[in-house]
Design a binder for this molecule. Structure first.
Ligand SMILES: Nc1ncnc2c1ncn2[C@@H]1O[C@H](COP(=O)(O)OP(=O)(O)OP(=O)(O)O)[C@@H](O)[C@H]1O
Ligand SMILES: [Mg+2]
Length: 332
């Protein structure tokens, strides 16, 4: 089936005074329609910069220097819209209405001087031709749906009057109020306690069923990915090294990096002998990308004399797309 969103060879670089940090450097991934893609990888691998680049929400010194972000229409056959090439006006229409985003820190995206309700009403009315009262009713309904008690009253609350968990729910209500086709959620539960985290993940799954929306969930927690994802994309040093069905990627990962990640989580790698080994070595500094396969200096499967020279292309192995010379050659 045609995906909903396809990111091809996305490159977003930070152009700093003393060099260029290639934070996102050739990311390719697909978000299936109506399903959940989890994007996982160690801190600093470029997950958030990828998410922001999709909606062109990056600011200087970051700059999108290449790639395509293709949003496919429902009707098959119609040409996809490349969000990186779209006019600003068209992009503003896509934001919220087609693709909404929830950030890790809701205070960064909620206005402090407007009530929750006013912010939702404004977002809805920007994209749909509905009256103030109808939009307010939608806001109250959505606040109730995301589990905020007494939404008739809370709709008039300011963000600072809500607890962290309630603010995160309000942010999700706002993101969902325009019924987007894709919700991008960047670590939406990391700052929350375990119980609230579980409630929010359940909630996202319920709403996905109800609205049929796709979710791109960014998380560093493989347990969360195992719990909610249909597909998993694994990032390392600014690129996706592996994407495939969650069950396959998390139980029989192909890429040596994913294998090491999965082994480092005891619950997932239960069959492994050396359960608690983390991934060997450290992430190289951002200015110095290793040559060839970027993972080769830390790779236990490092076995070909080509790994430090050839940038592996993505190949299909079983149901998984993987960029590793173990599964086939072909230079990028
Ligand atoms: N403001 C900035 N200036 C320079 N470099 C930056 C800046 N923000 C991010 N980067 C670079 O981009 C890389 C990717 O950052 P990003 O926030 O996307 O990582 P992440 O995968 O979301 O990490 P985390 O799991 O910690 O949220 C970082 O390693 C850093 O080198
Ligand atoms: Mg991040």
């Amino acid at each position: 089936m045609q995906p909903l969103l396809e990111v091809r060879e996305l490159r977003t670089h930070f152009e700093l005074g003393d060099g260029v940090v290639k934070a996102v450097d050739g990311v390719s991934l697909t978000v299936p329609r109506g399903r959940t893609l989890a994007v996982v990888g160690e801190s600093g691998c470029g997950k958030s910069v990828t998410a922001r680049s999709i909606l062109r929400l990056v600011e200087r010194p970051a700059r999108i220097v290449g790639g395509q972000v293709l949003l496919y229409d429902d009707e098959s056959g119609k040409e996809p819209l490349d969000l990186l090439a779209a006019k600003d006006k068209r992009l503003r229409e896509v934001r919220w209405a087609d693709i909404a985003m929830v950030f890790q820190e809701p205070m960064a995206s909620l206005s402090l001087v407007h009530t929750i309700g006013d912010q939702i009403v404004e977002a809805v009315r920007l994209h749909e031709n509905v009256g103030k009262q109808a939009a307010r009713e939608r806001a109250i309904e959505m606040l109730g749906r995301v589990g905020i008690p007494d939404p008739q009253r809370r709709v008039d609350a300011y963000p600072f009057e809500l607890s962290g968990g309630m603010r995160q729910r309000a942010m999700i209500a706002m993101a969902l109020s325009c019924r987007p086709r894709l919700l991008i959620a960047d670590e939406p539960t990391t700052a929350l306690d375990v119980t609230t985290q579980a409630q929010i993940l359940d909630l996202l799954q319920d709403l996905q069923q109800e609205f049929g929306m796709a979710i791109m969930l960014i998380t560093h927690d493989l347990g969360v990915a195992a719990q909610v994802a249909d597909e998993v994309a694994v990032m390392y040093l600014g690129e996706v090294v592996e994407q495939g069905p969650a069950s396959a990627v998390l139980s029989k990962p192909k890429h040596p990096y994913t294998q090491a990640l999965v082994r480092s989580v005891p619950r997932l790698g239960a069959s492994s002998q050396d359960r608690l080994v983390a991934v060997r070595g450290t992430v190289p500094p951002p200015y110095e990308r290793p040559s060839g396969c970027r993972f080769h200096p830390r790779c236990d499967a490092f076995m070909t004399d080509k790994c430090d020279r050839i940038v592996p292309a993505r190949v299909r192995s079983d149901e998984i797309d993987v960029a590793c010379l173990l599964y086939g050659e072909g230079e990028r």
